[in-house]
Every structure is written in C-alpha cells, then in structure tokens.
Design a protein around this ligand. Structure first.
Ligand code: 2AM
Length: 180
C-alpha cells in the first residue's frame, strides 16, 4: 500500500529498455551470494542522474521546464563492473570509464535547477544501477560488459510502500529535447 500522505521524492534518471534490463537481471542473478539481499525488481532498475528529494507541484512544474530547455546528445555508457557499498548495503553495476556525456547532462540539470532557486549540492555522478539492497556481503565475481546507448532521460517520482519503492515516470525527454 502506498502511503498517501507522503508527497514523493523526485529524481532525474535514465531507465533501461527491455534488452538492457534483461541483461542486468541476468547479471544480477549471476552474482548472487547473499540469500537475504533484496534484488531490485526489473521494472525498478535505473540510474539516478540528479536526486531532488520531496517537492510540491509548482516546484515540479518548474523542474519539468528546466529539463525541457536542455539540449543534449546521445550518451553512451558501458556497464562493466560490480560494486558493493558496505555502509548502504547496496550492490550495484557501474562503469569503469564513466560517461562524459551523462556527467554533462547531470551538470546541465544542476545548472538549470540552481537558476530556478534550488539549493542542491552538486555531486559528481557515479553512474550505477542498484541491483541489490540490504546486502550483507560482497557479491560473486562475474565479468560482463553491457553497452548502453542512452537516448532518453526522465523525471521520476518515488514513494515508499510496504512492498518497497514505487516509481512513477512523470515525463521523458529524448536526445533532441522533445518530450515523448
Ligand atoms: P541508490 O539506488 O544508490 O539508493 C530513488 O530513491 C533513487 O535516488 C535511487 O536510485 C537512489 O540511489 C537515489 N537516491 C536516494 N536518496 C538519495 C540521496 N539522498 N542522494 C542521492 N541519490 C539518492
């Protein structure tokens, strides 16, 4: 059940298509060691670009306008490493090289958000797809390389429920800057 009183937290993200999602799920299964770790379900797999936290409706509209004004080109990203953050108990898939184009997109979003008065700390993006939460130990080693050509980014609302995080994509922007 969703908690209706909770406003929801906003973030910009990229969401995998069905092919990338299937490969991520297969990788996630292959590295599993901790039976207590909670795998992130396929539809929830994503990379966060900029996290905004709880926002009300007028702010959400201003945030949408920021994204609409951004011009960006196709970003490419190679997912080729698995990481484990002990403190947050997260196992994730990431990129050795990173992605200059995704970093540029995130930087433009931060710039636009600051222009409309947001005071958010700009964090260098460490692109990662969270695969497991509540992981008590390191995953199994398993080499993979997933090439991801990113043509859309989106604004997402997240709500917590007893079943875990529920994500709602509010809007998507394609490489040309057009809303799909
Ligand atoms: P995570 O996968 O590394 O936990 C929705 O909650 C998304 O926003 C998740 O991808 C989560 O990253 C990220 N997120 C949650 N809280 C955040 C915070 N305070 N700062 C940055 N990203 C956050």
């Amino acid at each position: 059940m969703l908690d209706r009183a909770e406003p929801g937290r906003l973030f910009f993200a990229i969401w995998p298509d069905s092919t990338i999602r299937a490969r991520l799920l297969e990788w996630s299964e292959a590295i599993r060691t901790d039976p207590g770790a909670r795998p992130v379900p396929g539809p929830n797999l994503h990379i966060t670009l900029v996290f905004l936290g709880a926002q009300d409706s007028p702010q959400t509209e201003a945030v949408r306008r920021v994204a609409t004004e951004i011009t960006w080109s196709r970003a490419s990203l190679v997912l080729d490493r698995i990481g484990y953050w002990k403190r947050s108990r997260i196992i994730w898939a990431g990129s050795r090289e990173g992605s200059a184009s995704l970093s540029a997109l995130a930087a433009d979003l931060y710039k636009g958000l600051r222009r409309i008065g947001f005071r958010i700390e700009e964090r260098p993006i460490v692109p990662h797809v969270t695969l497991y939460r509540k992981a008590q130990r390191r995953p199994k080693w398993c080499e993979r390389s997933i090439e991801w050509s990113v043509e859309q980014f989106c604004l997402v609302k997240s709500r917590l429920s007893s079943a875990g995080a529920q994500y709602e994509v509010l809007e998507r922007w394609s490489v040309s800057g057009d809303v799909k």
